[in-house]
Design a protein around this ligand. Structure first.
Ligand SMILES: Nc1ncnc2c1ncn2[C@@H]1O[C@H](COP(=O)(O)OP(=O)(O)OP(=O)(O)O)[C@@H](O)[C@H]1O
Length: 247
């Protein structure tokens, strides 16, 4: 195997239909990253990684602990800046991080946390606009649509009945599912998830995998860091990061 954070990609997987799912016409990648290099201080973590993600596809990023998977996801999301290389993205982005650090103390209900995903989408879409009575009506309609979208997202992660509870009252796995709901509620074009099934019971992990497939089926490009063999087997593309170099 090669040096730190280099990658080997295998796609499409044998036995799968090449290219994007039918109906999305996604000849253009929604994300294209070329030659990504990254180091924390003097320690190089990624040494030239390419990623391509198209509408209708799930890409799994795999590799041993410390190989740079989470780092790569943050580079793709624009949270980190690469030392070299470029990332281009099209469409609305949602990043679902692994074990979010804030949630236990966040003074919000599950519903409110998911609603933040709607507002983010609205801001990116350019805000409300309009004037007078029409604008008020539209605002009312938008609110109703947002409420419905939040309820639907919570239903998809099977937490609708816990919607009114503070995040702090939920278990770690339940909180993780709330953040997955926040990621999907705005119907992102590009959905980036860091180990969405980690720490979930089997039924919830199955549901999380199914959600990623559903998101791809409606036309999103999904990129998912995972150690889950089933998620890897189901992925359309697999990007393998090399083990970290010994220090
Ligand atoms: N903020 C940081 N500062 C310094 N080093 C970091 C930082 N974050 C990660 N690293 C180091 O970068 C390397 C890659 O970390 P990263 O979390 O991207 O790996 P990973 O493949 O996602 O691992 P895992 O499978 O354990 O989640 C590791 O050696 C890690 O110690």
């Amino acid at each position: 195997m090669c040096g730190p954070g280099s990658a080997s990609a295998s796609w499409p997987r044998a036995g799968r239909v090449p290219g994007p799912s039918p109906g999305h016409g996604g000849a253009e990648p929604l994300l294209l990253a070329e030659g990504l290099r990254f180091a924390y201080g003097g320690t190089e973590v990624l040494a030239g990684v390419d990623v391509e993600a198209r509408a209708g596809e799930v890409t799994a990023i795999v590799g041993p602990n410390g190989s740079g998977k989470s780092t790569l996801l943050e580079l793709l999301a624009g949270v980190l800046r690469p030392r070299a290389g470029v990332v281009s993205r099209r469409g609305r982005l949602a990043l679902v991080v692994q074990r979010p650090s804030a949630p236990a103390t966040l003074p919000l209900t599950a519903r409110e946390v998911v609603a933040l995903g709607v507002r983010r989408g609205e801001r990116e879409a350019g805000g409300s606009g309009g004037a007078g009575r029409l604008a008020v009506l539209r605002r009312g309609e938008r609110r109703a649509a947002a409420r419905a979208a939040v309820t639907e997202a919570l239903e998809r992660v099977e937490l609708a009945e816990r919607a009114a509870e503070p995040l702090a009252a939920l278990s770690g796995g339940q909180r993780q599912r709330v953040f997955l709901a926040q990621g999907i509620v705005g119907r992102p074009g590009l959905l980036l998830c860091d180990e969405p099934g980690a720490g979930l019971d089997e039924r919830s992990a199955d549901r999380a995998r199914a959600i990623l497939r559903e998101e791809a089926a409606r036309g999103a490009a999904v990129i998912c860091v995972t150690h889950d063999d089933r998620a890897i087997a189901e992925a359309d593309r697999v990007l393998r990061l090399a083990p970290p170099a010994p220090h």
